[in-house]
Design a protein around this ligand. Structure first.
Ligand code: PLP
Length: 434
């Protein structure tokens, strides 16, 4: 198990352990379905970024946690303690961060469509920087800043025209993307010129995000070169020099034991070397570098526990194991075929010979956690299963479909556990119904 992530193990009882704790004990204490989050691992992941940033990137460079990966109060406190800023995408995330005591001047506000209300709310609450993507938005932010008598920092999101060869649904940097303005079409130039013309806006630099789950050696390097060439060409035409270059999020995480591993520190060192060399060639002063990891901060800090309800053997066809959660707590398979390792948590040492689809309890055939799972032959009602690497895009994408209450998030740290988000009740489900 440790082959997937070092926070997984098995104890003498044959129970899966997570962050050094017995998952069967945790299931007994908190019930299932249950999200577990390994706080120590989150902090370790944050430090891998902050230490490499300190070592390799110029002063003013910073790491922003992409809150959409998993957003709730405690996570904002943790990443703030670790010295990260945040990338937020909605009033809901801004409000959550604020309630958690997060300093919103360290927040960057994304989204390809910020409403007038979003913009008002964000300026009122002192969000540090907007990442703008369109002419409409630049004018709306300038107007909101004028109404408050402030000068608002903005960055512009550019599509560098890079295809990182990951899933279509999570690839965002191509010219025809829904996000950003393209360099290739000249729109990036026009939008930048418009932003510079606004008295109420301070353009601090440029942003791009080419996709998620990126493993390829040189995707960030190629992206940085394209962006720096754009910055230099823009400077040559308009005389504007950017202070910040935000390269987005997206470093990959290992969902399966066969997925490649890499050294983040080494990747960032190489990236910094490419940036240094490119700036020198272009005679461009090195901008501060920002990155927005989400998944690589929280994914491998997460584990979801389920209890088996039924085992259905269809002789000559296939087998199903149904659990007490499903697409309501983890829609990633249904949404884009994402795969999580699924193992028995109550019998983690037994030979895995029973091939089955592990499915949820919702009224949808597509409600699948994973197909082609190997479990112990003896799997039966009451056994515990674990889906691994569920710290990102599980809780934050969870729903109440079929009026299923969302599971709690229990934080694990230093051998202790505590509830960070409580389990929803049936009463919670009807609270908006009049
Ligand atoms: C989704 C997203 C991120 C985070 O991506 P991860 O794959 O979770 O690291 C960062 N920046 C932007 C703009 C995003 O859309």
């Amino acid at each position: 198990m440790a082959a997937l992530c070092e926070n997984l193990g098995v104890n003498e009882a044959g129970h899966l352990t997570f962050a050094g704790q017995d998952t069967a004990e945790l299931a007994k204490q908190y019930a299932t379905p249950l999200y577990l989050l390994d706080e120590d691992r989150i902090r370790k992941n944050c430090r891998a970024y902050t230490e490499a940033f300190r070592a390799y990137f110029p002063a003013g460079s910073r790491v922003l946690y992409a809150a959409k990966a998993n957003a709730f109060a405690e996570i904002f406190r943790i990443v703030q303690q670790e010295g990260l800023g945040a990338d937020v995408v909605s009033c809901g995330e801004i409000y959550t961060a604020k309630k958690a005591g997060f300093d919103l001047s360290n927040a960057y506000f994304h989204s390809n469509n910020k409403t007038d209300e979003d913009i008002r709310f964000a300026t009122e609450n002192g969000v540090g920087c907007f990442v703008a993507e369109s002419e409409e938005e630049i004018l709306a932010i300038a107007q909101a800043a004028a109404a408050r008598g402030i000068r608002q920092k903005v960055m512009l999101r550019i599509t560098p025209g890079i295809d990182p060869h990951t899933y279509e649904a999570i690839s965002t940097g191509k010219v025809d993307s829904k996000f950003g303005v393209a360099i290739e079409t000249g729109q990036a130039d026009a939008v930048t010129a418009l932003a510079l013309a606004q008295q109420q806006l301070e353009l601090v630099g440029f942003h791009c995000h080419v996709g998620s789950q990126v493993f390829d050696e040189d995707v960030f390097e190629r992206t940085a070169v394209v962006m720096l060439e754009f910055l230099a060409s823009f400077r040559d035409h308009y005389g504007y020099t950017a202070k910040e270059l935000n390269l987005g999020g997206g470093y990959g995480v290992r969902y399966l034991p066969d997925d490649p591993s890499y050294s983040l520190s080494e990747k960032l060192r190489q990236l910094s070397a490419v940036i240094g060399k490119t700036c020198e060639k272009l005679a461009y002063p090195q901008p501060a570098i920002l990155m927005e990891p989400g998944r690589s901060i929280v994914a491998d800090a997460g584990l979801t526990l389920y209890t088996v309800g039924t085992v259905k053997r269809i002789a000559g066809y296939k087998n199903y194991v149904s659990v007490d959660g499903g697409m309501t707590d983890n829609p990633r398979f249904a949404l884009y075929g994402a795969i999580h390792e699924v193992v028995s948590a109550s019998d983690a040492l037994a030979p895995r010979t029973f091939r089955c689809d592990v499915v949820g309890r919702c009224c949808e055939s597509g409600d699948v956690i994973r197909t082609d799972v190997l479990l112990p032959e003896t799997v039966q009602r009451g056994d515990l299963l674990a889906a691994c690497t569920t710290g990102a895009y599980n809780y934050s994408m969870a729903s109440n479909y079929n009026r299923v209450p969302r599971p709690p998030i229990v934080m694990l740290s230093g051998g202790k556990s505590r509830v960070a988000v409580r389990r929803e009740t049936l009463e919670d489900l009807v609270q908006y119904d009049l």
